[in-house]
Design a protein around this ligand. Sequence first.
Ligand code: DX5
Ligand code: ZN
Length: 218
Amino acid sequence: MARIAPSILSADFAALAEAVDLVTPETDMLHVDVMDGHFVPNLTIGPPVVASLRKHTDLYLDCHLMITNPEKYLEPFRKAGADGCSVHVEIGGTDELIEQMRSLGLDVGLAVNPDTPYEAFEPYFDRIDLLLLMTVFPGFGGQSFIADVMPKVRRTRDELDRRGLSVAIQVDGGINEETARIAAVAGADVFVAGNAIFRADDPRAAARRIRQAAAVAA
Ligand code: DX5
Ligand code: ZN
């Protein structure tokens, strides 16, 4: 079953509530891109915005932490109402971060840059709920999908299935109807989309079409 995660990074932050309401019927989780101007060259939002979203919606809040020191902020995100957080494997300290997320009651996500090899994240398969395989280099919405990541998606799907593990494979970056289909064929099951949804004339219809494209391919 293909799940859709609209990325609010591409929404109008001055009209965030309306943007969320518009896509809610086609949304399985709301993707919140957190950037610290250090791990990535961009700054976005933090726990106060998650707290505002939490008051407004019952949607699952999926926080993608593109930050260098997530250990300082996991608890504030949990208190703000995050359901799951993903931390990047590239920053290190992954064992401790996984433990911290579990003890806070957060779903555990591990995010992986396009050029990070399979061997770097495979050791964590039995301790995580979601693997976020980036299909752009993190930092900005509206970039082009990197198809070279697909062999890594395929290899991950095959290994998870072989071991009977129910870890979600999320793809993020440049996802639209066409690329969602490609990623679904490779084995992804959660599709983050920012520009393709929130910059569309009809964001709800755009989310529905991406889900249909992914579902047909899976
Ligand atoms: C990139 C973010 C993505 C981004 C996706 O650093 O992690 O979630 O917002 O945006 P699109 O779908 O426009 O590539
Ligand atoms: Zn993201």
